[in-house]
Design a protein around this ligand. Sequence first.
Ligand code: MGP
Length: 203
Amino acid sequence: MATEVAVGEAMEVNTGAEEAAGETKKQAEPHKLERKWTFWFDKPKQGAAWGTTLRKVYTFDTVEEFWCLYDQVFKPSKLPANADFHMFKAGVEPKWEDPECANGGKWTITSSRKGGLDTMWLETLMALIGEQFDEADEICGVVASARQRQDKLALWTKTATNEAAQMGIGRKWKEIIDVTDKITYSFHDDSRRERSAKARYNV
Ligand code: MGP
């Protein structure tokens, strides 16, 4: 019996050492995300047609690249006035014209406090790359906009008419960013027709 315990202990020590070695090896390897994401930037020039100043900045698929990009560049408090940051699934352009977005819409949250978006933006980005939404297939991406009146975040989704999916996403998003105020969902189709698209869903 005593021998068995000793052998068992020895095995534990060995396993521990192996685990530690494995851990060191693992740390050296980048942590892959479930899918690729792309950061975009837009700073419209006066008089320029919408979209002509929109730029794809960087596509990534590891946790390490994400943190580097977020720390160095993509914080809403660093956004110049009237500019936008976007993080969308790779291959999806942050435009109504993109086939993934064409029949979609967006949940919007506003913040009148300057710099108020940083935490909500980070929580949203982490939830997206961490695939926290049950309806992950429905998500296109998220946009942070710095505006004179108020800054805002918009979570773009794919099938505006799928009310159940949008309500699920809206509820989950509020939980993630710790918001209790009502948020609204508008259809891109309505935005195409009128500047202030009406809210189709509330949560
Ligand atoms: P917006 O950027 O969604 O509204 O659209 P915002 O940010 O409330 O407006 P702002 O004045 O505060 O910047 C503003 C306008 O940009 C729209 O009315 C469209 O004319 C144009 N626009 C915005 N988006 C997202 C698109 C798009 O995806 N495609 C095209 N063609 N035009 C767009």
